[in-house]
Design a protein around this ligand. Structure first.
Ligand SMILES: [Zn+2]
Length: 260
C-alpha cells in the first residue's frame, strides 16, 4: 500500500503499520549498466514485496538520490554528501514519527547509503526514545537481509554483491535487458597480498582504507558481470523479496526487548 496514495485523514488511521522507505542511488555502474541501477533494483524488490503484503505495510516512493560521493569522478553520478544524506533521512524519519508512525524500515539498495543511513536512525532514535518507547527504526539492504540466501542460489560465481557485478547485472538483465551494454561487460577483480586490507568491498578487511572508486577500478564495475544471466536475476529478486516480506511481517510484531 502506497502511503502517498492516502489522504492525510486516512494516513492518520494507519500509524500502527510498518512504513517502508526505499533508498537507492543515481551513480555510475561501469561501462555496461545504467546510472539508475540501484534504484531500479530497489524499486522492483519493493514492487514485489508490496504485491505480497498488500495493506500490511505502507511504502514511500523510491528515494533515488543517495550518498555516492565515492563515485563522483564518473560522469552522470548525482549524489548527496554523507552529512546531507544523514540530514535528509533524519528529517524524513522525524516527519513520519511526528505523524504518529512508530515502525519505520529503511529498505536500501546502495552500499554507500549504509553508514549514513545507520547514523540517521541512531540519531533519531536517541532524540525520541524517551518520548516514544515503542519506536522502532530499522535499516537494511536487500543484499544484507538476503545476503546468505542469495549466495546459495545455484550457479552464481560471486558469493556476495560487489558493484555493477554479476548480481546487479543479472537483475538488470531480468528487469531492463535493453539497458545492458552486452559488448562492454567487464569487472575489476582483486588479487591483494595484505592480510589486513583488500579493496574488494565484498570481503571483510581488518583495516578500513579510504578509496574512491576511480582509484581502484577504471570501469567502475567489479567482479563477474559477464557471467550474469536474467534467470539468476529472477532468482535474486525472488529470494530478496521473500526475506524482505518475512522481515516486514516480523518487524510489525516486535516488542521492546526485556532488560535484565
Ligand atoms: Zn549498485
Amino acid at each position: 500500500m502506497q502511503l502517498g496514495e492516502q489522504n492525510w485523514r486516512d494516513a492518520a488511521q494507519l500509524t500502527h503499520k510498518v512504513v517502508v522507505i526505499p533508498t537507492g542511488a543515481f551513480e555510475q555502474h561501469g561501462y555496461h549498466l545504467p546510472l539508475l541501477t540501484d534504484s531500479l533494483i530497489g524499486s522492483e524488490t519493493v514492487r514485489r514485496a508490496e504485491a505480497e503484503l498488500g495493506d500490511e505495510a505502507l511504502f514511500l516512493p523510491m528515494l533515488w538520490l543517495g550518498a555516492s560521493e565515492h563515485h563522483r569522478a564518473f560522469p552522470g553520478t548525482v549524489s548527496l554528501s554523507n552529512a546531507t544524506y544523514v540530514q535528509v533521512i533524519s528529517e524524513m524519519l522525524e516527519s513520519l514519527i511526528d505523524s504518529g508512525f512508530r515502525r519505520i524500515f529503511l529498505l536500501n539498495s546502495h552500499g554507500g547509503n549504509i553508514i549514513p543511513g545507520q547514523m540517521a536512525i541512531y540519531d533519531v532514535q536517541r532524540q525520541y526514545y524517551k518520548q516514544y518507547p515503542d519506536l522502532w527504526l530499522a535499516f537494511s539492504s536487500w543484499f544484507e537481509i538476503a545476503g546468505e540466501q542469495c549466495a546459495a542460489i545455484d550457479g552464481l560465481t560471486q558469493n556476495s554483491i560487489i558493484h555493477a557485478c554479476e548480481w546487479e547485472t543479472a537483475m538488470i538483465l531480468k528487469l531492463r535487458p535493453e539497458l545492458v551494454k552486452r559488448d562492454a561487460l567487464t569487472g575489476t577483480r582483486f588479487e591483494y597480498a595484505s592480510a589486513f586490507y583488500t579493496p574488494d568491498f565484498s570481503k571483510p578487511s581488518r583495516v578500513s582504507v579510504a578509496r574512491t572508486i576511480d582509484q581502484i577500478s577504471p570501469s567502475g564495475a567489479f567482479g563477474y558481470p559477464e557471467r550474469a544471466t536474467s534467470e539468476q536475476g529472477e532468482q535474486l529478486f525472488t529470494v530478496a523479496t521473500q526475506e524482505i516480506v518475512a522481515f516486514i511481517r516480523e518487524f510489525a510484531t516486535w516488542k521492546p526487548f526485556p532488560m535484565k
